[in-house]
Each structure stands twice: as structure tokens, then as C-alpha cells.
Design a protein around this ligand. Structure first.
Ligand SMILES: C[S@@+](CC[C@H](N)C(=O)[O-])C[C@H]1O[C@@H](n2cnc3c(N)ncnc32)[C@H](O)[C@@H]1O
Length: 257
């Protein structure tokens, strides 16, 4: 299942959609108030070093650097890195962050007190290897965040309408990832909490190119018309706000126990 999602991620449309979602989230949410940010801070040692794996646009990287931390941001995507650099400049913390362009697991990093990976592990082909590599490079704590509810819940309804013969390339979440970690003996404390997500798009014009790209129907005039009609329906779920549960999994790497 993880392999299918790698394909989803690799398309430009998905990357753009992800970057826009992350930017909006960093503008509307104060991450310093989240359980994830607090968990990182309480597990820091004297050096205040953090590995932010799959840093994206720097939603956590920049506020952590502002809190006096030294962050190594691991990020494979050139597009995300350009957004990340913008965020770091905006926070005036570029000096406190080393950017490493790489996928995780990577040996191109240095030991840190906390290894953090928020909403990244689901893209990996091997969740256990991903988590084991966090243990290798963290001295105090490994912290993962994964979705409990699917981020784009409305795709569950739209996908079969437009792709009745193809399985929905659904992102794996907590229900798949946590058991895999448990089976490998990685037993973390779990905290599930709710995040309020506003609608991803303001209007049909914004939503149409992204959703049609995701559904693979952008070239199909008839299907595009049908999608537009669905989105213009005032009862469309796409523009509704709804609570979204996420899980934080936090554990000590074996060597520090
Ligand atoms: C949903 S975003 C999350 C970004 C950030 N952690 C946050 O919570 O705002 C996922 C990020 O992980 C990156 N990514 C995907 N696969 C990765 C891998 N194997 N190693 C490191 N980063 C990866 C993507 O390029 C993207 O920037």
C-alpha cells in the first residue's frame, strides 16, 4: 500500500497540493500549541538539537528554530525546499537550520536529541526501517505523527465515481502504521488529538484542478464537467470544515533506555 502512495506523491500536482495545504496550515495554526511541539520541547537536552524528517515547508522547523533549537531539516523535494527556505527567512532563523536534501532513511545527517517526523512515514516503502533509522540518529526521543482520519475524506466518495475499476490509492494512516511498528517491537506512547481543518479550497475554481489531477481526469472533458457539477452542489463536502484526528507516537530509542 505504501508503494502506491509513493506514486501519488511523485506527481507534481500532489506535491503542489501538499505544499499549499501545508502553507495554509502553517498560516492558520499555531504549531507551538500542539501536543507535538510540546513533546519535542520537553524531550530536548542541553544541545537542543532536532532532526526534522520530511520538513516540508517548515511548519515545525521554523517555530522550533525560533524556540532556540538547532534543526537539521531532511527533505527530498526541491520544490518543498524552496518553500522551506522562504519560511526560514520569514522567521529569520536560516542560521539555525541545516537543510539536507535527502529521503529518509539517510546517513547524511548527524545525531540529534529528538528525531521528529510529522506526516511523512506514510510515504515510505518500509515503515519499520524508517522508524529504526530514527532510533539510530536520536539520543533522547523519536516522535512520529500520523493521520487517524484520512486528510481528504471526500476522495473516498469521489474516487469510485470516476475510477470504478481502480482501487483508491489511499494514504496509509494510524490503523496500518502503528500495528506494523508494534509487530516490530517499537512500542510508543500514543496520543490522539483533534485538529480543526478549514476547507482545503475556497471555491470550485481552486479545487477543480487539484482534485481532477488527483483523480486522473484532467484531460477528460466529460468527467471534468461531472466533477464540476458535484463540486458546485451546495451540499458538497469538499468545502466543509470537519475535525480531523491525528496520532502522535513517541518513544525512547533503545540505546537511551
Ligand atoms: C505531508 S508533508 C509533511 C511536512 C511536515 N513534516 C509538516 O508536518 O508540515 C510530507 C513531507 O515529507 C516529504 N517526504 C516524502 N517522503 C519522504 C521520505 N522518504 N523521507 C523524507 N521526507 C519525505 C515530502 O517531500 C513532504 O515535504
Amino acid at each position: 500500500m505504501a508503494k502506491e502512495t509513493s506514486t501519488v506523491l511523485s506527481s507534481n500536482i500532489s506535491m503542489k497540493m501538499m505544499a499549499e495545504g501545508l502553507k495554509r496550515s502553517s498560516e492558520t495554526q499555531d504549531v507551538t500549541q500542539t501536543p507535538i511541539f510540546k513533546e519535542v520541547i520537553v524531550n530536548l537536552g542541553d544541545e537542543r538539537t532536532i532532526l526534522d524528517i520530511g520538513a516540508g515547508v517548515g511548519r515545525f522547523t521554523a517555530p522550533l528554530a525560533s524556540a532556540g533549537c538547532h534543526v537539521t531539516a531532511i527533505e527530498p523535494s526541491t520544490e518543498m525546499i524552496s518553500y522551506l527556505k522562504e519560511t526560514l527567512s520569514r522567521y529569520n532563523v536560516s542560521e539555525s537550520v541545516d537543510i539536507v536534501q535527502s529521503s529518509w532513511p539517510s546517513d547524511n545527517c548527524k545525531l540529534a536529541e529528538v528525531a521528529l517526523a510529522t506526516f511523512v512515514i506514510q510515504f515510505s516503502d518500509d515503515w519499520v526501517a524508517f522508524a529504526r533509522a530514527m532510533e539510530k540518529w536520536a539520543t533522547n526521543r523519536c516522535i512520529l505523527a500520523v493521520h487517524v482520519d484520512p486528510l481528504m475524506f471526500f476522495m473516498e466518495r469521489l474516487w469510485p465515481i470516476f475510477n470504478p475499476d481502480k482501487p483508491n490509492p489511499r494514504m496509509p494512516g494510524f490503523t496500518e502504521i502503528y500495528p506494523a511498528l508494534l509487530n516490530a517491537g517499537i512500542i510508543g506512547n500514543v496520543k490522539v488529538f483533534e485538529e480543526q481543518h478549514g476547507p482545503r479550497w475556497k471555491n470550485v475554481e481552486e479545487a477543480l484542478p487539484m482534485i481532477s489531477g488527483r483523480l486522473g481526469i484532467a484531460e477528460n472533458v466529460e468527467a471534468m464537467k461531472k466533477l464540476e457539477d458535484i463540486l458546485r452542489d451546495p451540499t458538497s463536502e469538499v468545502f466543509k470544515t470537519r475535525p480531523h484526528r491525528v496520532a502522535m507516537i513517541s518513544w525512547a530509542p533503545p540505546k537511551s533506555i
